[in-house]
Ligand binder design. Structure first.
Ligand SMILES: Nc1ncnc2c1ncn2[C@@H]1O[C@H](COP(=O)(O)OP(=O)(O)O)[C@@H](O)[C@H]1O
Ligand SMILES: Cc1ncc(C[n+]2csc(CCOP(=O)(O)OP(=O)(O)O)c2C)c(N)n1
Ligand SMILES: [Mg+2]
Ligand SMILES: [Mg+2]
Ligand SMILES: [Mg+2]
Length: 341
């Protein structure tokens, strides 16, 4: 038996299992292979659909997350995929599998966090499903969104000579996770955290889906490709590179490093670059834009108070490459968070 690999498995499960005709007949504009699917809806708009799961022990445990955070992040991670299409979120269905030992007060806390996120980003929770689980809690969210016809921002449109941008600091969530796993204290509240660690833990527990940035990018009509960062910069850059059949060159000197991340890395002897490239769960948007449109987008983002960092470019040599401070270029592998690895 060969070993499981997440990306190979998804490819295998879905490779030519349905005819193009059937998908076309059912209005599929973009099926498997992006942050969300796009299907024909009404004349002016298309429906966007995504689902993501959080599993206790894999995505969270009592040392890393409070119950409210689990609910909040389960929806926030789905919102991030809707943002990565440039779409507006609409309706959500929640599926819960609950082990016997969970109390109703814990579930109420999970739902408190879930509704907090839903109300903040104007998502209607319209249903779901509930079952018992043998051991661990599992929360799955299916989220819909709406986008103007044929305007969804795909991974597959990056053009050689584009510049690569990101909408915020990376690596903070992975550093926050590292801190929480080392600390080994159950249900650690934010009030008990020192100020210098709070931004990292907050980035891990309460990621902010980049809804405004996604819409700004779509409405500007100047963004070529877009992806959200759930598995790390390296992995998501590879996804753009593969889908667009181009290469990506990241300039190490241009990668923004949050001062709190730098300070924490100095303290624990870790490299910020490792967490930035391979950590994941940042939920910022990574995309490409032609050089002539960078200034325009930079000023639009600045006016909205949203970060917009240029960190590389699109090249015609396949793969993802990184240039260090001495000008040396090396290839980076598609590593990062991969279930089963
Ligand atoms: N079990 C599955 N069956 C069918 N499609 C899947 C399955 N798991 C993932 N996919 C599809 O594979 C693509 C990649 O999924 P994923 O890596 O989870 O994306 P993301 O990181 O944006 O959430 C998406 O288009 C998703 O819908
Ligand atoms: C206890 C614990 N261990 C490890 C992690 C790290 N982790 C788990 S899943 C994941 C990647 C994101 O989740 P995934 O299910 O791959 O989401 P998707 O890419 O489908 O959006 C990371 C970095 C964590 N969040 N919690
Ligand atoms: Mg995604
Ligand atoms: Mg997913
Ligand atoms: Mg993933």
């Amino acid at each position: 038996m060969s070993k499981l690999d997440e990306f190979a498995l998804i490819q295998f499960l879905n490779h030519k299992k349905q005819s193009e005709e059937l998908q076309q007949k059912l209005g599929v504009i973009k099926g498997i292979g992006d942050d969300a699917a796009v299907v024909q809806h009404s004349p002016g708009s298309q429906l966007v659909m995504t689902c993501d799961t959080m599993v206790e022990t894999i995505h969270f445990n009592p040392y890393t997350m409070l119950d409210e955070d689990v609910g909040y992040k389960a929806l926030a991670s789905n919102l991030s995929d809707i943002a990565a299409m440039g779409a507006v979120p609409k309706h959500a269905l929640i599926s819960l599998s609950i082990p016997k030992h969970y109390s109703s007060s814990r579930l109420k806390k999970i739902y408190k966090g879930l509704y907090e996120c839903a109300n903040e980003f104007e998502v209607a929770i319209i249903g779901g499903d509930t079952s018992k689980s043998p051991k661990h809690l599992n929360i799955s969210v299916t989220l819909t969104g709406e986008v103007e016809t044929n305007q969804a921002l795909l991974r597959s449109n990056a053009k050689v000579n584009d510049l690569l941008f990101v909408t915020g600091f990376l690596g903070c969530s992975a550093a926050g996770l590292h801190y929480l796993l080392e600390k080994q204290e159950r249900h650690l509240t934010s009030a008990k955290l020192s100020l210098d660690i709070q931004p990292l833990v907050q980035a891990h527990r309460r990621p902010i889906p980049q809804m405004k940035a996604g819409r700004l990018l779509l409405e500007s009509k100047r963004c070529h490709s877009l992806n959200d960062i759930s598995d790390g910069l390296a992995s998501e850059a590879h996804e753009i590179s593969e889908a667009s059949k181009v290469g990506i060159l990241i300039n190490e000197d241009m990668i923004p490093i949050h001062p709190t991340l730098r300070a924490y890395c100095d303290l624990v002897g870790k490299s910020p670059l490792d967490w930035i490239l391979y950590g994941g769960e940042d939920y910022h948007l990574l995309g490409t834009v032609s050089r002539s449109n960078v200034e325009y987008l930079q000023s639009r983002f600045q006016r909205q108070g949203i970060p917009f960092f240029i960190l590389g470019e699109v090249i015609d040599q396949k793969g993802v490459h990184i240039k260090d401070q001495y000008g040396n270029i090396k290839k980076i592998q598609k590593e990062g968070y991969n279930h089963f690895n």
